[in-house]
Write a protein that binds this ligand. Structure first.
Ligand SMILES: *Cc1c(COP(=O)(O)O)cnc(C)c1O
Length: 398
């Protein structure tokens, strides 16, 4: 790349093999969305009409009755929950997060109470919801959920993510069946899920997606579902949604990203990504203390990643320290390392510009060769990892 805006303004030109991360600027925005944003930015529009156009596209792609665009999936979750509490009562909308009804309990399975950059639970609380935890971290059964529902249950939230516990919990269909037996609407947080239809098909009343993840849209969120519930969520733009305001460019940009998604050659994208995984795997296979495995996405997105397992004693470097060395190197390479305590990280191929795969391969080889040539074993003890984790953030902006 000849011209890079990042180096021009003094930012590190990071290469992202960690997936779609808010901390790195989410995803590569598709050209169709960039063109749409550029076209609408200088114009005035009637925002409710633009959102009506967005609703039609969202409905067509998801099978929902209606939808709208908001600032983020997290915003969508707050707005959707708020809508189930206020209904169409505009005064109640203005009063949030103070709640005027006792009917504000929101069920969530304990194994779904994760952190996607902020706690799921907080996005429910800022909407005036009172979180009612269902089951235990790795076990939730029908009787837990049935007994958690009361006349004050406003909604039940179901999170689909690699972050959640993946065994012992209620599956969506059963979760929906139990909620619907008591007339409780189900809100699904499917921020990173490629399938725009399956959750509504399984009975969800509202589903939420990120616009800036797999879709390659601008920073935004998509709310889709039953028309009355979508409308009640939309009304929150006159209340707590104001601080989550979405601009015309994001609405129009995500509309374009959705239409581009419909036309995208998904097989070709997957084939390119698979090519990267094989390139990296071939460079790693046979190296002492290194095992590279191609693995499917844990939530069944049509996406594989390379799991790189390190034996520190043999490779002379741990997964944690290799991830750190790559991130500090030139150019900085950010791997998917949130499970490094299990001695592996992942390489995620879905956010690379062509050519970057070769740099990633080269940097892996350099760091592994350097470690092997050293007599020292780099294996930072786990108890040290967390000690300085937030130092830089707490010093920001220095
Ligand atoms: C990324 C993510 C979010 C947050 O999405 P934003 O659009 O960035 O707000 C929420 N839930 C899950 C499961 C996520 O993966």
């Amino acid at each position: 790349m000849t011209h890079d805006i990042r180096t021009e303004i003094g930012l590190r030109p990071v290469i992202n093999v960690s997936g779609t991360m808010t901390s790195l600027g989410a995803s590569i925005v598709v050209p169709e969305a960039i063109a749409a944003m550029t076209a609408i930015l200088p114009q005035f529009v009637e925002m409710n009409d633009l959102q009506r156009k967005a609703s039609a596209i969202i409905a067509r792609l998801t099978g929902a009755e209606a939808g709208f665009v908001t600032a983020s999936c997290a915003a969508g979750l707050s707005l959707a929950v708020a809508g189930t509490i206020t209904g169409p009562d505009l005064l109640a909308v203005e009063k949030l997060p103070d709640v005027t009804t006792p009917k504000n309990e929101v069920l969530v399975q304990m194994g779904h109470l994760v952190d996607y950059g902020a706690p799921v639970e907080q996005s429910i609380r800022i909407a005036g919801g009172k979180v009612v935890v269902v089951g235990q971290a790795t076990s939730a059964h029908r009787y837990h959920m049935e007994n958690a529902m009361t006349e004050n249950t406003a909604a039940a939230v179901y999170v689909v993510s690699h972050h959640v516990v993946h065994y012992g919990l209620l599956h969506l269909k059963e979760f929906v069946e139990i909620a619907h037996a008591r007339g409780v609407p189900v809100i699904v947080d499917a921020a990173s899920e490629y399938d725009l239809r399956t959750f509504l098909d399984q009975g969800a009343d509202i589903v939420l997606y990120s616009g800036h993840k797999f879709l390659g849209g601008p920073t935004s969120g998509i709310v889709a579902g039953r028309k009355d519930l979508v409308r009640h969520a939309y009304l929150q733009n006159k209340g707590i949604g104001r601080g989550m305001k979405v601009g015309k460019e994001s609405i129009f940009g995500v509309m374009a990203a959705l239409e581009a998604w419909e036309k995208r050659d998904h097989a070709a994208v997957r084939a390119r990504e698979t090519g990267y995984l094989h390139l990296w795997k071939e460079a790693l296979d046979g190296r002492p203390g290194v095992t590279a495995l191609i693995e499917p996405d844990p939530t069944q997105n049509p996406l594989d990643r390379l799991r790189v397992i390190l034996s520190a004693q043999e490779a002379h470097i741990s997964a944690y320290d290799l991830a750190g060395a790559l991130a500090r190197g030139t150019p900085p390479i950010i791997v998917r390392d949130h499970e490094a305590e299990h001695h592996y990280f992942y390489l995620d191929p879905c956010n690379l510009h062509p050519g970057q795969e070769v740099i990633v391969r080269q940097r892996l080889i350099e760091e592994l060769d350097k470690a092997r040539a050293s007599n020292e074993v780099l294996d930072t003890p786990h108890e040290e990892w967390g000690r300085h984790r937030f130092d830089a953030l707490l010093r920001w902006p220095d």
